[in-house]
Design a protein around this ligand. Structure first.
Ligand SMILES: [Zn+2]
Length: 97
């Protein structure tokens, strides 16, 4: 049996369910460090050489998928950044606590 990864509801075969995929990529604004920061940059590059390739890759690009029931999909889309505070209504089926 498959379960919603947010609320744990059963998702029987043939039921409506959603795969919510989050892609996170490092943003580059086109600005390179100024001349004075070169030494910092070199130290940073040396540090990169020593670092674990997997964690390094996660710093640049990360993708995660979650299988959700319809109610949880609505809740996640209504407040994807988790900005709603306790007690605030984030929409149909939105209350978590
Ligand atoms: Zn759910």
């Amino acid at each position: 049996m498959i379960f919603c990864q947010r609320c744990g509801a059963e998702l029987p075969p043939g039921s409506l369910k959603y795969l919510v995929t989050i892609h996170v990529t490092a943003d580059f604004d086109g600005v390179l460090p100024a001349e004075g920061d070169r030494e910092d940059l070199e130290a940073f590059m040396h540090q990169l050489d020593a670092e674990d390739p997997v964690s390094l890759e996660n710093d640049v690009y990360q993708s995660q998928g979650y299988l959700l029931c319809p109610a949880c999909k609505r809740t996640v889309l209504a407040d994807p950044l988790g900005l709603a505070r306790d007690g605030e209504d984030v929409g149909e089926g939105g209350r978590v606590h």
